[in-house]
Design a protein around this ligand. Structure first.
Ligand SMILES: NC(=O)c1ccc[n+]([C@@H]2O[C@H](COP(=O)([O-])OP(=O)(O)OC[C@H]3O[C@@H](n4cnc5c(N)ncnc54)[C@H](OP(=O)(O)O)[C@@H]3O)[C@@H](O)[C@H]2O)c1
Length: 247
């Protein structure tokens, strides 16, 4: 499978890219730091036993939508047909920090909602023009319910999840399979230093689950899987309970 991957340099993206490379998928990496991208490309080549230079890269920043089309042009030139686009890139800030700093709040809202949606729109156009494919995007359980610690980040992810659901309904019959990944709390750089809730997961376990979902075209996948049941309960809690609890 030929995969365009935004966000493979760290965390869950790195774990998933390693699995895809190891099984022989051809990857084209997008990200905002050229040196990081090159390091990740060489790491993936080594893990796949592939020739040096076989994993190509291009710069792409979620906060700069004008760069999306040129980045996809380079990916198409390198891969030929694109079978799948994976987006694990995202930005989080603690709620207290975001309330203090409107500039950071704007960056989180733009990266996780409008930037990601516009990137997906470019992916949609390319995949549909090629006859179909899979778009797999990391949203979050934070988008499933308005909650005190993730008001702004959660709002961006709620919008993203809603967009991905609509996109799947609209275009599945045309060959576009949309996979919305909703991680719970996973130990990565993004969550370093945050208090750990029960059911915290590891990036490798998430990657295993997402690889399966990517192949099957599962529309929504909670990862680790237990979060599906946790969020079923959280979504059912009445508002007066949500107002009292701290999570
Ligand atoms: N960890 C969790 O508990 C958790 C829970 C729910 C949802 N999620 C979501 O899952 C996804 C992956 O999270 P993670 O924990 O693996 O995060 P991570 O380790 O912090 O990695 C985030 C990735 O996003 C990239 N990125 C950030 N801002 C970007 C921008 N403006 N343009 C392009 N790339 C950008 C980073 O690249 P740089 O190296 O350039 O910064 C990095 O590769 C994110 O969408 C996150 O919101 C995470």
């Amino acid at each position: 499978m030929n995969v365009v991957f935004l966000g493979a340099t760290r965390g869950m993206g790195r774990a998933l890219a390693r699995r895809l490379a190891a099984r022989g998928d051809r990857l084209f990496l997008l990200g905002r730091d050229a040196a990081d991208l090159e390091r990740s490309a060489r790491d993936l080549e080594a893990r796949a036993g592939a020739a040096a230079g076989s994993v190509a890269v291009a710069k792409c920043d979620l906060l700069e939508p004008d760069g999306f089309a040129p980045a996809f042009d380079l990916a198409e030139r390198s891969l030929g047909r694109i079978d799948a686009v994976v987006v694990t890139a995202g930005l989080m800030g603690r709620q207290e920090e975001l309330e203090r700093d409107p500039v950071l709040a704007r960056r989180v809202l733009e990266a996780d909602f409008s930037g990601t949606v516009l990137f997906c729109e470019e992916a949609r156009r390319r995949l549909l023009a090629a006859g179909g494919g899979t778009l797999c995007v990391f949203s979050s359980v934070a988008g499933d319910r308005g909650r005190k610690p993730v008001v702004l980040y959660g709002a961006a992810k709620a919008g993203l999840s809603s967009y991905l659901e609509g996109l799947d309904h609209r275009h599945r019959a045309n060959g576009l399979r949309v996979v919305c990944v909703k991680p719970g709390f996973v130990r990565t750089g993004m969550t370093a230093g945050l208090p750990e809730p029960p059911f915290a997961g590891e990036p490798e376990a998430v990657a295993r689950r997402v690889e399966r979902a990517l192949d099957r075209g599962t529309p929504v996948v909670y990862a680790p899987g237990i979060w599906r049941w946790v969020m079923l309960v959280v979504r059912a809690l009445p508002r007066f309970v949500m107002r009292r609890v701290g999570f």
